[in-house]
Design a protein around this ligand. Structure first.
Ligand SMILES: Cc1ncc(COP(=O)(O)O)c(C=O)c1O
Length: 379
């Protein structure tokens, strides 16, 4: 028998503590609403949260295009730079060394030097460099100088704590495929009332229809009870997101963050026990969702990466071709440990494969040293 439209959601609906309110026109809305409620808990906000269909970059573009106008000055990192350039804003690029976190001091120096800066746009977790920027401290500077704060939480959301309201973030977006552990295609995005004020007082209309936060707000206000998004949203992905978020809540957000912290520590200690150096300059900024490691001179990285992938079935970040294409990845590799991979079994099998591949390329390492370190930390 072919399931009807309502039956497609039966499994999820039957697990809801309360039946969907009678005013909901269809069952998808009940699922969507629960997703938004749970996303708000992960963001740490009582304000507006929407779901945009697209990859993480759709969230970055929606943030910049909706909030910033041509000619406006924004302090930016590498992640937001091109989105700012695309709308004719004036990005002030943060200059820092490789593996160096963005600090409140760095930002304050620019704010003292430059006039008329309207926002700071930086990543919470810098996936490329395996480090987490101190957004709590950066937010203090943003408040002191009354500038808006735009945060990319693509690889932190659901793995590293975010306090949207407490930190006074104005727009924060993520992506479904990182610590939420579902396929790419959904962008959770939170918007503060200060961001709305700036959007409502724009001199020029937002130069986008699809990646326009007002479109999302209007849809929700005008027909939220039967079509909460302005455009087609993948019901499959929203269902998957609900399952993922319910798992996070069942484990408890603090436990989830602790699990990430502990697995990250195990990965760091394991690679250090093999004599590797982390890319992050100051370990207090090391990321709990991804570890970036320097590759030492004199060993065949291409052979190592291919052995890992082809012989041991483990894919790590920075395939050899990426070294040439993007200098930020040169002479380093990355191990992801986010969402469902932030668990002992995944970490242990990954580290064990790395150890074997290192032995295969004659890297001087004592068999078992890395895996024993993981086991010692994650038992
Ligand atoms: C911190 C960060 N921001 C933005 C992006 C871009 O996301 P997407 O490739 O999903 O568009 C990524 C991708 O991995 C990322 O790690």
């Amino acid at each position: 028998m072919i399931p009807g439209p309502s039956e497609c959601f039966q499994e999820v609906l039957s697990s809801m503590s309360e039946p969907p309110p009678a005013h909901y026109m269809d069952d998808f809305v009940a699922i969507y609403d629960e997703v938004i409620t749970l996303l708000k808990q992960v963001f740490g906000t009582r304000g507006d949260v929407f779901l945009i269909t697209g990859s993480g970059s759709a969230g970055l573009e929606a943030s910049i295009t909706s909030l910033i106008e041509p000619g406006e000055k924004v302090i930016s990192d590498e992640y937001y730079l091109k989105f700012l350039q695309a709308i004719g804003a004036k990005p002030i690029m943060l200059q820092r060394g490789r593996g160096e976190a963005i600090t409140a001091d760095m930002i304050e120096k620019i704010l003292r030097r430059e006039q008329d800066i309207c926002a700071i746009a930086v990543a919470h977790n810098d996936t490329a460099q395996g480090l987490t920027n101190p957004i709590d401290e950066i937010s203090e500077v943003a408040k002191k100088y009354s500038v808006l704060l735009i945060i990319d939480a693509v690889s932190s959301f659901g793995g590293i704590p975010i306090k949207f309201d407490d930190w006074g973030i104005d727009i924060c977006s993520s992506a479904s495929q990182k610590a939420l552990s579902i396929p790419p295609g959904l962008v959770p995005i939170a918007v503060s009332r200060y961001a709305w004020e700036k959007i409502m007082n724009r001199k020029n209309p937002i130069p986008s229809r699809y990646l326009n936060l007002l479109t999302y707000r209007e849809a929700h206000e005008q027909y939220g009870s039967w079509h909460p998004t302005p455009f087609t949203t993948s019901p499959t992905l929203v269902k998957a997101l609900l399952v993922s978020l319910r798992k996070l809540m069942a484990e408890g957000l603090n436990n989830v963050y602790e699990r990430h912290a502990k697995t990250a520590m195990a990965v760091r200690e394991a690679v250090k026990s093999a004599g590797f150096k982390l890319l992050v300059m100051d370990e207090k900024y090391s990321s709990n969702t991804v570890t970036a490691v320097r590759w030492p001179d004199g060993y065949d990285y291409r052979k190592f990466w291919n052995l890992l992938y082809r012989k041991y079935n483990v894919m790590i970040g920075n395939p050899p071709a990426q070294w040439e294409a993007w200098p930020i990845f040169k002479d380093s590799f990355r191990i992801g440990h986010m969402g469902r991979t932030a668990m002992r079994d995944y970490v242990l099998s990954t580290i064990s494969a790395i150890e074997k591949a290192l032995i295969d390329i004659n890297y001087p390492i004592k068999k078992g040293v890395m895996t024993e370190m993981v086991e010692a930390i994650l038992t």
